[in-house]
Write a protein that binds this ligand. Sequence first.
Ligand SMILES: [Fe+2]
Length: 301
Amino acid sequence: MEKGRIVLGCLAPHPPHLVYAENPEQNEPFSEGGWETLRWGYNRLARKLKNIDYDVMVIFTPHWATYIGTHFLGLPSFNSLSVDPIFPNIFRYKYDLRVDVELAEAMEKSAADAGIITKMMRNPDFRIDYGTITSCHMLNPEWNKPIITISSNRNSHYYSGEVMNEQSSALGEACLKAIEESGKKVVLVSSNSLSHRHFVTESPLPEDMSREHIYNHSQYVWDMKIVGMMRDGKMREVIDIMPEYAEQTIAETEAGGLTWMMAAMGFPKYPAEIYGYQSVIGTGNAIVAWDPNSATREIVL
Ligand SMILES: [Fe+2]
C-alpha cells in the first residue's frame, strides 16, 4: 500500500457570518451578503480543492472544547440542526455529514499510543459545532467528502500556552503517523481566526459593512506580522511565538489547531498561499493554505 500523506493544510476561520452571507439552502436566515474579501478567498480555495485528489478532510475545531482528553468523531454520519449559541439570528444550519471512522479510530489509537488521553465520540445525538460546519461548508460546499473532527483539549486553560503548543504538536505528529499508515490522501483544516478581540454589540443589520473593522490597531499589526511570516515560510518561528501572540491578541490559535496542523506538516519552510484577510465583528481572519506540492503551489495574494 502506498504511504498516506497530507495533500493540503488550510487555515480556515469559522465566523458563522460567512455562511450567513453566502445564503446556502441549509441555513435558515437570509442575508444581503457581506464579508466578500473572505468569502471570495474561500471560494477560490474551494476551487483549488476541487482539483486536488483527496479522501478525507480532518478538521480541528476550538468550538468542540473538551476538558478531559482529545475526542474524535466516531460514527459514520451525523445530522441535525446546528444553532450558533452567540448568533442564533444568523446561523441555524441543517447538516448531514459523513465521517471516516476508520481513520478517526486510527488517529485516536496513534494518539493514545503516544500517551495522549483520547476518546471516540459515539453519541448519535452529538451536535456538531459551528466551527466544523462553517469551515467545511466554505471549503467544500458540496459536502461530498467524509470528514473527521478533532476536539480542542483545553490545556492552555489548565496550564499555559507553552503546554498547549507541546500537546498539540504531539497530537499532530500522532495524526501524521496514522495518516501515513492509512494510505489515504488527507486535507488538514485548522478552524480558527487569528486575533480574536471582538465587539460585544451587534449592528442592527449584521452584514452592514459600514460597521465592520478590526477591533484595535495593535491586533492588526500582530496579525500582519503572522501573515508575513506565513508568506515567508517561517512556520517553526510562528509556532514558537504562538503563546506570546495568543496572549497579546486573544488569538483563537490558543485552541491548538494551527500548532497541530503545522506539526503534522513538519513546520513548512515553503511560502503559504494567502487567500484573504478581513475582520468579522472586529476579529482578524486569514484564509491560508500550505501546499506541499511545489508544482501546484501558487502566489495567490
Ligand atoms: Fe471561534
